[in-house]
Design a binder for this molecule. Structure first.
Ligand SMILES: [Zn+2]
Length: 215
């Protein structure tokens, strides 16, 4: 907890205080200025080692809490995410000429998607930052995952989808209680609208392209 040191730009290396910069490097812009979360690894190393993680009994991704960008444990949702099973497939391994092959069943996550790991983090970050609304543009699993996780919190969800999105995907968003805008345009148009709305209304943007905590 509280182990985040700074946010660092992958292009120019500038370091930022997470309290002052929200998404991308102001020098490099949204296209190149992806920020990575840097932790105080020395402090973490003094508290935890490989055996401590292995001995953890929590069967979810929260067993790795000291290495996740979370400041407030109180916002962790009761939904169980991560630590999904792996299965061996010897016959397929033989066919592919591999000595071993494992398939990880991320369909066991709450909304049946690996995106649930990122969504569970983002709804915590949104609450830590005092936001009331989370948003994203998506044609698929990212939006349903965000809507599902936000439904377990007091957050409201607004999703922008191209109007060509499959009906079943839109239905899933509505079942989770999201407010959905069908955009007359491509995914790129929906993406820009979500970013502009987040900026104008102080919503939290789940876009994995700009949000450092999803990287
Ligand atoms: Zn930069």
């Amino acid at each position: 907890m509280g182990q985040i040191q700074d946010l660092r730009c992958v292009t120019c290396g500038s370091s930022y205080d997470p309290q002052t910069v929200e998404y991308t490097c102001p020098n490099c812009g949204p296209r190149l200025g992806t920020l990575e979360v840097h932790y105080d690894y020395a402090a973490i190393g003094r508290q935890f080692d490989r055996d401590a993680f292995a001995a953890q009994s929590d069967a979810s991704m929260w067993r790795y809490l000291p290495l996740l960008p979370i400041e407030s444990e109180e916002y962790i949702q009761p939904l169980r995410v991560g630590w999904t099973p792996v299965y061996q497939f010897p016959a397929l391994a033989r066919e592919l000429g591999l000595s071993q092959l494992y398939v990880k069943d991320d369909g066991r996550n709450p909304t049946a998607s690996y995106k649930d790991r990122a969504s569970s983090v983002v709804v915590i970050k949104a609450q830590e930052k005092g936001k009331a609304v989370v948003t994203c543009a998506s044609t698929g699993n990212a939006a349903s995952s965000l809507s599902g996780f936000a439904a377990a919190t007091p957050l409201e969800t607004v999703i922008f989808v191209p109007q060509t999105a499959p009906e079943a995907k839109v239905a899933q968003l509505l079942v989770y209680g999201a407010r959905v805008f069908l955009v007359k345009g491509s995914y790129d148009v929906a993406y820009d609208l979500a970013a502009q709305a987040a900026e104008a209304y102080d919503w939290y943007n789940r876009s994995a392209a700009v949000n450092p905590y999803l990287v």
